[in-house]
Design a protein around this ligand. Structure first.
Ligand SMILES: Cc1cc2nc3c(=O)[nH]c(=O)nc-3n(C[C@H](O)[C@H](O)[C@H](O)COP(=O)(O)OP(=O)(O)OC[C@H]3O[C@@H](n4cnc5c(N)ncnc54)[C@H](O)[C@@H]3O)c2cc1C
Length: 380
C-alpha cells in the first residue's frame, strides 16, 4: 500500500498491539467469543475511536489511515478486525447522525472501550433484500416498542449497544428507522453464537425483540429516515472490508514465500520452481491492484469528508470491496495449494486465511450485490 496519507505512528502502534495481544486469544478457548481484554487493549491504543471526533474522545482517523489499520490487524487475525470494523461503522454513524445528547452519551464510551457496538440489519428473510425487513417499531406513549428478530449479527451477545433498523411504516418498504438499543433493554435477548467456518474471534448470533421498549431518544436520525442512516455507514464499511481482505492476502503471500524457501522437493527449494514463481507473481499482481483500489476508495471518502462531493464513493467502495475480497479468496486458495498437504492442516496458517477470505465475499453486501451497485453506477 502507498502510505502517502497514513499516520505511521498509528500503524506502528497497531503492529505492536497485534504482535503482543492477538496470539493470546488464537485458541479454541476463545472461539466465538470477544475477549473483553483484547477489545480494551485495542481501545487503549485509540482504535475504539477511529471514526469518532476528537472532541468526543476519538482519534478521527482518515479513511486512509483506518484502512491501513484494518489491513494490519487482518494480517494477524481477521476476527478482531471484523468486530472493530462494525464498532467503527456504528460509531461513525452516531457521529454523523446522532443528536448532541446521543453523541455525549455514547461516543466517549465507544472510544474508550467502555461500550462495544453492533449493527443489526439482516433478518432471516431479509439479507441482500433489506427492503423485506419485518422487525417493526411501534410508537407508544413514551417511545417505541420493537418486535422481530435479526440474524448473523456480529458481536451479538457481547456488544453493549445495537444499532437496529426496524420498519416504522405499515404500507411502505421505505419506512425504516434506526434505533440505538442498549443491551440492557427489557425485551431484548440473543441466541447462542453460530458455529461458523472461520473468523473465530468474531462471533455472530441472532437477536430477538419481544416488545422491547425504547425511549423516544433511542431514535437516530429522522423517523422513517433509517435507510439513509444505514447506507451512510456502508461505503466506509466496504473500504474497511477491502482492507481486511488485503491483510489476509498479504499474510498468505508472506507465509507462502517463507514456507517455499524452507521446503525442498526434487533437490530444490519450492521457490526455485518457475511454475510456482508464476503463481506467486499472479498473487502479487492481484494484491497490488486490490491495495490501489482500496486506497483510491479510502481517498475518495477522505476528500468527500473535506467537502468535495464530485467523487462517487458508492462506486469506488463497491469496486474495492468486490475486487479485494475476490482477490483474497483466489490468493488464499493458491497459498493452500503452494503448501501442498501442509496447507490443508490446521497447524499451518493458510487454511485459516482461506476460510476467513470466504466470509469477506459475503459480509457488508455480497459480491453479487457489489456487482449490481457497480453496474448501476457506471450505467447511470
Ligand atoms: C460472518 C458474518 C457476519 C455478519 N455480520 C452482520 C452484522 O454485523 N450485521 C448485519 O446486519 N448482518 C451481518 N451479516 C449478514 C450479511 O450481511 C448477510 O449474510 C449478507 O448481506 C447476505 O444476505 P443473506 O445471507 O441473506 O444471503 P441472500 O441475500 O439470501 O443471498 C444468497 C445468494 O444470492 C445472491 N443474491 C441475492 N440477491 C441477489 C440479486 N439481486 N442478484 C444476484 N444475486 C443475488 C447473494 O449474493 C448470495 O450469493 C453477517 C454475515 C456473516 C456471514
Amino acid at each position: 500500500m502507498i502510505h502517502a496519507f497514513i499516520d505511521p505512528l498509528v500503524i506502528e502502534t497497531v503492529t505492536r498491539l497485534c504482535e503482543s495481544e492477538i496470539p493470546k486469544y488464537q485458541g479454541e478457548d476463545y472461539y466465538n467469543t470477544i475477549p473483553r481484554s483484547l477489545f480494551t487493549a485495542m481501545c487503549d491504543a485509540g482504535l475504539g475511536g477511529l471514526s469518532i471526533p476528537e472532541e468526543y474522545g476519538g482519534i478521527a482517523a482518515s479513511a486512509t489511515t483506518s484502512a491501513a489499520v484494518f489491513e494490519t490487524i487482518s494480517r494477524y487475525d481477521v476476527g478482531p478486525a471484523i468486530f472493530l470494523s462494525v464498532h467503527t461503522m456504528v460509531s461513525g454513524i452516531i457521529s454523523r447522525h446522532g443528536s448532541e445528547e446521543q453523541k455525549q452519551i455514547y461516543l466517549p464510551k465507544l472510544a474508550s472501550g467502555e461500550l462495544l457496538a453492533a449493527f443489526a440489519l439482516t433478518e432471516p428473510h431479509a439479507g441482500s433484500d433489506t427492503a423485506a425487513i419485518t422487525t417493526e417499531a411501534h410508537l407508544i406513549p413514551d417511545g417505541f416498542s420493537l418486535n422481530g428478530n435479526k440474524c448473523y449479527i456480529t458481536s451479538a451477545g457481547f456488544a453493549d449497544i445495537y444499532l437496529t433498523f426496524a420498519k416504522t411504516e405499515d404500507d411502505s418498504t421505505s419506512g425504516l428507522s434506526g434505533f440505538i438499543v442498549p443491551a440492557t433493554t427489557p425485551g431484548l435477548s440473543w441466541g447462542k453464537p453460530e458455529k461458523k467456518m472461520g473468523a473465530e474471534l468474531s462471533p455472530i448470533a441472532s437477536i430477538f425483540f419481544d416488545n422491547a421498549t425504547l425511549p423516544k431518544n433511542a431514535l437516530i436520525g429522522a423517523l422513517h429516515g433509517g435507510r439513509k442512516v444505514a447506507l451512510s455507514g456502508l461505503a466506509g464499511g466496504r473500504v474497511n472490508i477491502a482492507a481486511c481482505a488485503n491483510g489476509l492476502s498479504r499474510a498468505a503471500i508472506e507465509d507462502s514465500i517463507a514456507y517455499m524457501r524452507e521446503r525442498h522437493q526434487f533437490g530444490k527449494s519450492l521457490v526455485d520452481f518457475q511454475g510456482l514463481q508464476f503463481m506467486l507473481a499472479d498473487m502479487h499482481t492481484k494484491i497490488a491492484a486490490a491495495q490501489l483500489l482500496t486506497e483510491k476508495a479510502a481517498h475518495d471518502l477522505d476528500i468527500l469528508a473535506n467537502g468535495d462531493t464530485t467523487v462517487n464513493t458508492k462506486l469506488s467502495s463497491s469496486t474495492a470491496k468486490c475486487f479485494a475480497t475476490d482477490a483474497a479468496m483466489a490468493i488464499t486458495t493458491d497459498a493452500v495449494q503452494l503448501f501442498g498437504g501442509a496447507g490443508y492442516i490446521k497447524d499451518y496458517t493458510v487454511e485459516r486465511y482461506m476460510r476467513d477470505a470466504k466470509m469477506l465475499q459475503i459480509v457488508e453486501g455480497t459480491n453479487q450485490i457489489q456487482r449490481l451497485i457497480i453496474a448501476r453506477e457506471i450505467i447511470e
